[in-house]
Ligand binder design. Structure first.
Ligand code: SF4
Length: 437
């Protein structure tokens, strides 16, 4: 016998699709089928059933091999490591729920950690730009129901957010967008001919790293003023044409990704993109939204914004919250050798950080809390497998448009396995004992 759980939230990307159906065994112990998810979302659910999945913590031995340890031993190692460190780095937090993020922040306060999340290598620059000049944004529901001019700048949702276009931005029929994609104009700005660019009405194949110039050129074109013949590899006629397309819509939305946040200009590119959006509001309704990657990276910015006033790179080592990207960001701290222990939860810096930073992680006392075996777990001293959030435990996550959504538990975790939040609560209690508070 089986049962079907409906309205399940997908805990993979920032789209947080909320219409999945999952078939589980009657006793809730086995996950059998996943419907409505894209391939990467379905794989996240099915991976929880892997027969070779680790279910107990393990510690690296002198000879490089692993030895299984108990959760109690892992809690003790983690608490001692964090309490003994002068300035530990607590990194990740994007693939877990807000409840775990909140407990992690409390530990960070007691041990004087630097708290940083994956925004540090993706949309941190967007957050800096928002602090510079604000952001006129909206929800994905408004996009679905109102937007008829869609821009994807430096992002490739066809691969990174596979259901974004079908659920919200291009194909769905909304309240004021009854013709679906035929009533929308789609503009893609990307140096590569991506699968997203292939289905666009207009593809501006910009020269690599010239985003700031093209954004500024659009602002000039909105006003009908003179442009050079070519800007960032795009002929001026094309720029005027796109400017008119965007001005003539009823609602323009600009989605942007790491192709523009992490290319030359960084946060200044996003300043300019927000200024383009602001200018467009003189002619029509316009909004802008970052394409957030991990399913709850937005949530960690929310939790820390609420607790510390800053969304990433929060240095608590002086007993109060400091924030100075470039100084208090993970890679800068690691490369300068300023942290003496590292705790990673809900991310994979081993796969995404530069080799020089990964080498530092390898050299330091380190703990990775992570359901999978990843490049990060391979360089850490202790690996603590935990239940999958959104599959084996619920909790709050924030979609890319800052809408909080309650994820659902659909299947039991392996017997005796802790969740992120449970593990962190035990570490917090032990840290308080060690610190005598
Ligand atoms: S688009 Fe993202 S949230 Fe939706 S099913 Fe795919 S991975 Fe999951």
């Amino acid at each position: 016998m089986t049962k079907t759980v409906t309205d399940v939230i997908c805990p993979f990307c920032g789209t947080l699709c909320d219409d999945l159906e999952v078939v589980v065994s009657d006793d809730g112990k086995e996950l059998l089928e996943v419907y409505n998810a894209c391939a990467i979302g379905a794989e996240k659910f099915l991976h929880s059933q892997a027969k070779d999945r680790l279910t107990r913590p393990r510690m690296r031995q002198e000879d490089g091999s692993w030895k299984e340890i108990s959760y109690e031993e892992a809690i003790e190692y983690t608490a001692q490591m964090l309490a003994d460190a002068t300035k530990p780095l607590m990194y990740g937090w994007s693939s877990t729920n807000c409840e775990a993020q909140s407990v992690g922040s409390e530990i960070g306060e007691y041990v004087g950690a630097v708290m940083d999340n994956t925004a540090t290598v993706c949309h941190g620059t967007s957050l800096i730009a928002v602090q510079d000049i604000g952001i006129p944004s909206c929800t994905l529901g408004e996009v679905k129901n109102r937007a008829d001019r869609i821009v994807f700048w430096g992002c490739n949702p066809a691969h990174a957010h596979p259901r974004h276009m079908s659920r919200y931005s291009i194909f769905p029929r909304g309240f004021f967008t009854g013709k679906g994609h035929t009533g929308r104009k789609m503009v893609v700005v990307d140096p590569r001919v991506t699968d997203t660019a292939r289905i666009a009405d207009v593809h501006l194949q910009i020269e690599q790293g010239r985003d700031y110039e093209l954004l500024d050129a659009l602002r000039v074109a909105f006003k009908g003023e003179q442009l050079p013949d070519v800007v960032a590899g795009i002929a001026k006629e094309k720029i005027y044409e796109v400017a008119e397309t965007l001005k003539s819509g009823r609602f323009t939305i600009i989605f942007f990704g790491m192709g523009v946040t992490q290319s030359l200009g960084k946060n200044h590119n996003i300043d300019a993109a927000i200024a383009v959006t602001r200018d467009l509001n003189e002619y029509t309704k316009a909004a802008i939204m970052p394409m957030r990657g991990h399913y709850n990276v937005t949530g960690s910015g929310q939790v820390w914004g609420w607790q510390f006033g800053f969304p990433f790179a929060v240095d608590l080592s002086r007993g109060f919250a400091r924030y100075n990207p470039g100084e208090t960001t993970s890679n800068d701290l690691l490369r300068r050798g300023e942290v003496d222990a590292i705790f990673v939860l809900g991310s994979d810096p081993g796969a995404h950080f530069p080799f020089s930073s990964v080498k530092k992680i390898y050299d330091l006392p380190s703990v990775a809390v992570e359901p999978h075996e990843t490049p990060t777990t391979e360089v850490c001293k202790v690996h603590v497998p935990v239940a999958f959030v959104g599959v084996e435990v619920g909790g709050c996550a924030y979609r890319m448009d800052n809408v909080p959504i309650e994820t659902r538990k659909v299947v039991e975790p392996p017997e005796g396995m802790m969740t992120d939040e449970e593990f962190l609560r035990h570490v917090l209690a032990r840290v308080k004992e060690i610190k005598g508070v």
